[in-house]
Design a protein around this ligand. Sequence first.
Ligand code: HSE
Length: 436
Amino acid sequence: MKDNSIKIGLFGLGTIGGGVAELIMGFPGRWKERLGVDLILHKAMDLNPDNASRLGIGQDQLTDRPEDITNNPDVDIVVELVGGTGAAREIVTASLNAGKPVVTANKALLATHGGELFSYARQRGLKIAFEASVGGGIPLIRSLREGLGANQITQCLGILNGTCNYILTRMTNEGAGFHDVLADAQRLGYAEADPSFDVGGTDTAHKLAIMAALATGRLPRLDQIKVEGITSVTPLDISFAKDMGFVIKLLAVLQIHEQQANLSVYPALIENSHQLAAVNGPFNAVFVHGDWVGDIMLYGAGAGRRATASAIVADILDLAREKLSGGSSLPAAALGRADFDPEPLAISSRDDISGKYYFRFAAHDKPGVLAALAAVLGDNQISIATMIQKGREQEGGAVPIVILTHEARESAVLKAIKAIDSLPVVDHPTIMLRVI
Ligand code: HSE
């Protein structure tokens, strides 16, 4: 710290970076009151010069050379908001190398290179703060790391992608088409630069990896997470789910049983009475079970300029306080541990996973078909809880038959679907969704 101020170096002035610049520059009195010194946006870099001029950032605050920020002796804290895992990784490493703590919202970077970056930060005695990387404006990282620090976390169910939740909510409420609502989500600033990261489930998987690291102390490899997105969720399945009292949401699932974790991202049916069913639009929520606290739910805006900037500036304030006090105020990376454990997380096998399932079969409407389907399910110890068959349009044509199961083993479910899809009376591959 020089001249009684904390100086920020900011990489990226897009949707989120622009929000951070606006928040820092817009409330000088608030920061002075909270820190006792000025908080200043000292240098910023963005490839698009229009972004800076729109924000009223002067030429003297701008640079096009990353080292003018990472190696600038006046910069106290570096904020990385460029996204991706290439330039962002270099920025974080160079900043740590120059002795500067870093704030990032980059879930892809942390999920992919977090092990290496956190370990380097620890060696250098520095912090990487990442509250905005999961759940946007929800103080989820702090809650898992600090508020739930006394618990063994056994389950987290998260709605962690605002774009997907916005799309599914509008498909549910208005019967809108997937592509129309995706375009709206992009326009509103919820989506990633490449929206296939959102709708394909990758963004949720990155966030799940970070959440799992906080809950278990071990950062999973991304290939340990089973990922399905929402591109194959149809209005027909949404409508069947509605008829049976469920909504469909893209969920990040972390379940820990006998030291083994099930890490999955998939669209799931959630009963209307579950708290997560009421999480709509771009909102995010995480439903956590801790062995002492029981169930809790954290809810709020998970994407967008203002909410994400709120979390980033909270991290900046923490690091600024730490700098000003000369001490370490920000706790370690994971629950009760000094850092993420380099040992990989043990993952449950399919044989150990069980749950309730939704099937939509496309089967011919003629005598004996239902009995054939039921026989395969019965042979695989899968018990039917509910069944709906919609009326046929023409005799002998395929009709949707929807079944909800009682608790069944996932390995048996996959085996049964394979057998059913090979029956001559079944026209299309079966749709399978999990039920929470
Ligand atoms: N694309 C992300 C989302 C932004 O839709 O949730 C926040 O990480």
